[in-house]
Ligand binder design. Structure first.
Ligand code: URA
Length: 266
């Protein structure tokens, strides 16, 4: 698992990403910024209350969220279009495909990983390699389907040799992740692994200490848990595996979904 020695973006990184964000908004035809968006336009704010999951009883589908899309609602297609053939950071030069995200644009549950690996880079879809198979197992164990949820990453392009994304790459990509998450507006975000949890929560606390409880991400409850790649290393019946399951039980309970009974290791 990775940590960023220089994780907190400098003022110039913040300024650069805010400028890029405002330019992108302008290019996509936005002429003004709603006050609400301005109040939440940085990653890692702790200012908004959690959205209650109780307002979802008349849902069309148990896994679609039911927020009333505000007039300023940006669709995932619009955000993808603004990214275009992105070269905002050096990962653009080496990637095969930009891996934007996949799944239900109205998902109640979003999984955020670190960044695409080789398989994802080739196929243009997140979590399709071995880690993806493990994530699929977790989703299936929750009695959900992959297409019910939304899956994306902190960075959208593969870091060479699967190294952790660097601070400038995270800064360049973060505004788009924030826009994706604000577009889907899930009831719960699951941050998979150290990079995702530490980046979203702007924290250096180890994943082992963050996991197991809900945190706030822009008013959306966020559950950090271990990365599926870590589970591949520790095994399908390890303590970490069951810790992830415990975290997913909390997620299911929060979403008021049935909790399947799984027999624990002896
Ligand atoms: N690991 C990640 O964090 N994301 C992917 O998409 C694949 C592997």
């Amino acid at each position: 698992m990775t940590t960023y020695p220089n994780q907190h973006p400098t003022k110039s990184h913040l300024f650069a990403s805010l400028t890029a964000y405002l330019q992108d908004l302008q290019e996509s035809g936005v002429e003004g910024i709603p006050a609400e968006l301005m109040a939440t336009a940085t990653l890692g704010t702790e200012s908004q209350p959690h959205r209650s999951s109780s307002a979802r009883h008349d849902t069309e589908s148990a896994m679609d969220n039911q927020q009333n899309a505000p007039e300023t609602h940006e669709t995932l297609e619009q955000i993808r279009k603004v990214m275009g053939a992105c070269q905002r950071c050096k990962l653009g030069a080496t990637r095969k495909n930009l891996v934007f995200g996949v799944g239900n644009p109205k998902a109640r549950l979003v999984f955020v990983g670190e960044g695409p690996g080789a398989d994802e880079d080739t196929q243009g879809e997140p979590f399709v390699g071995d880690a993806g198979k493990m994530l699929n197992r977790i989703i299936a164990a929750m009695e959900l389907k992959r297409e019910d949820v939304y899956i994306c990453n902190i960075v959208k392009c593969r870091p060479p040799q699967n190294r952790p994304p660097e601070a400038d790459e995270v800064s360049a990509c973060s505004p788009f992740l924030l826009r994706q998450l604000q577009s889907v507006r899930p009831e719960v975000i699951v941050a998979l692994g150290t990079s995702a949890a530490q980046t979203l929560l702007q924290s250096k606390v180890p994943i082992s200490k963050m996991r197991g409880k809900f945190h706030d991400f822009h008013g959306m409850p966020l559950m950090p848990t271990y990365h599926p790649s870590y589970l591949l290393r520790t095994g399908g019946n390890s303590d970490s595996f069951w810790s992830v399951w415990d975290d997913m039980i909390q997620v299911l309970q929060f979403l008021k979904l049935p909790v399947p009974d799984k027999s624990r290791k002896k």
